[in-house]
Design a binder for this molecule. Structure first.
Ligand SMILES: [Zn+2]
Length: 491
């Protein structure tokens, strides 16, 4: 939610014309972009996941700020569930209805109605989630066919509900009502990773997926419930609001590849001039390269024809606030997003002059991430972006150098881990990424929390050398896509 505070010049990053060829840019800008992507792509090759999920903040019912943030996050979630062209109309109607409900005195008024509206809006997505769940249940059926225990039979009987031709609302409601059931606990038990190294085809992975998809379905009831719960407390927000689309931002062009973009040269540029530790890093990297084909990985990324940087949604909204001098409701610089931020968005928020609340992050690196394109003739604009990217590069570089010096992650590149992943698993993982609003790594699942399920780690490094799928329906490039318009709700 924002209030217009001061006018600045028009958004400089908001450009809708086709990408300009990289040769069009001044040398210093090309250099900035090339130097930014070198360590980023190296980090991607070294391993996509850079850490656990940043913790989702516990909801404190006494805090108005906390309530407002959760309300906005739920709004972003339910609005992100369908065709972007229809989001504006859906959101406006939803807010109007919530305004009416907020003035009602009866507790629980409108819960079913709002959940049904949100589920109707999200029908294509929910159908996908149900389909993925059913395919995992079918896998479980197949595996246990010859040796099903009595417990298996009972668990399959419970899962059978999700295979009935029920209305989507009933399926989601069942998932929500059963969130604390013994069968969800059973799935949690069965989805725990064994102490020994197992394949990605192991049973705990299958159970983790089943549990994850049931959780996704429950979310379609949980999030509308939060909207209803909080709208009365936030009734003052409904006095005067508008829903606006923002013009899609174009990202910087992809970096250039040249003979200088080699692994030894990238390493040298990542270290201070004449750094005495260079030979030590070179030695470690040579060993890693020999075992894990890091140079090949770099080449594959640079030659990937689908490598086209995109500006993720949260960055576009951040820039929208900055460029237009918008003020945040109650001076709380929080930008809600329907899913956790990627590694780069997280860093961009951290180093952006607006100093917004750092978004929860899944800490994954996507090489297709791109900063907004700027007017490179505007020196002030150039320096602002340069400063942000330079600070990001320091973090990216440190992360990569730490991994190199410790030679961490080498097991992830073992050939066996790659062969352990079937194409269908990878395809499903891509869909799961798209379907995740939060693929959290909560050690224990609290059914009333916004903290969601732990997704099985399907050796992300095994796909390091593949290009990210370019499916427009997929978020496999990591962010919430915002290639047409996105919305900000302003008051
Ligand atoms: Zn992102």
């Amino acid at each position: 939610m924002s209030r217009s505070k001061r006018a600045r010049s028009a958004p400089k990053g908001a450009v809708s014309s086709p990408p300009r060829p990289v040769d069009d840019f001044p040398p210093k800008y090309k250099k900035l972009i090339n130097r930014f992507y070198e360590p980023l792509i190296l980090l991607r090759v070294l391993g996509q996941t850079r850490g656990g999920h940043s913790t989702v903040q516990e909801h404190d019912t006494r805090s108005l700020q906390c309530t407002r943030r959760r309300f906005l996050a739920c709004l972003a979630y339910v609005a992100s569930n369908a065709k972007r062209k229809k989001i504006s109309e859906f959101l406006a109607k939803l807010l109007e209805r919530l305004r009416v409900i907020a003035t009602s005195t009866a507790d629980g008024d409108g819960e079913d109605e709002i959940a049904t509206k949100c589920i109707d809006f999200a029908t294509p997505r929910i159908k996908k989630e149900v389909g993925l769940l059913r395919s995992r249940i079918a896998q479980y059926h197949k595996r246990s066919a010859a040796r099903a225990t009595e417990q298996d039979m009972m668990l399959l009987g419970w899962l059978g509900y999700f295979q009935n031709p029920e209305a989507l609302v009933s399926i989601c409601q069942f998932a929500y009502d059963e969130r604390r059931s013994t069968w969800m606990k059973e799935l949690e038990q069965r989805s725990r990773s064994p102490r020994y190294k197992s394949s990605d085809d192991a049973s705990h992975v299958m159970f983790n997926y089943i549990r994850h998809y049931v959780g996704r379905l429950a979310d379609h009831i949980r999030k509308p419930k939060h909207l209803i719960q909080h709208c009365q407390q936030l009734i003052f927000l409904f006095d005067n609001w508008t829903v606006k689309g923002v013009e899609a931002m174009q990202a910087t062009p992809r970096p250039e590849h040249s003979p200088q973009t080699s692994l030894p040269n990238i390493l040298k540029r990542m270290l201070p001039k004449d750094d005495p530790k260079l030979p030590e890093y070179e030695g470690a990297l040579t060993v890693m390269d020999r075992g894990h084909h890091i140079s090949d990985g770099l080449r594959e990324y640079w030659s990937d024809p689908t490598f086209q940087p995109k500006v993720h949604a949260e960055i576009q909204i951040l820039e929208q606030f900055y460029n237009n001098g918008l003020a945040f409701e109650d001076n709380d610089p929080y930008i809600a997003c329907s899913k956790p931020a990627c590694f780069c968005c997280h860093l961009y928020f951290r180093h952006h002059p607006l100093k917004c609340v750092e978004a929860d992050s899944h800490q994954k690196v996507y090489h297709n991430w791109g900063p907004p394109m700027i007017n490179t003739k505007d020196e002030k604009e150039f320096m602002r972006q340069r400063d942000i990217l330079n600070e990001m590069v320091k973090d990216i570089r440190n992360d990569a150098l730490n991994q190199i010096i410790q030679r961490r992650g080498s097991l992830a590149w073992h050939a066996d881990s790659v062969t352990g992943i079937t194409e269908s698993v990878l395809a499903e993982r891509e869909q799961a990424d798209e379907l995740d609003s939060v693929d959290g790594s909560a050690p224990s699942y609290n059914p009333d929390s916004d903290e969601l399920f732990d997704m099985p780690e399907i050796d992300s490094e095994a796909v390091s050398f593949c290009s990210d799928a370019d499916d427009p329906e997929s978020d496999s490039d990591g962010g919430v896509a915002l290639d047409i318009t996105e919305l900000s709700v302003s008051q």
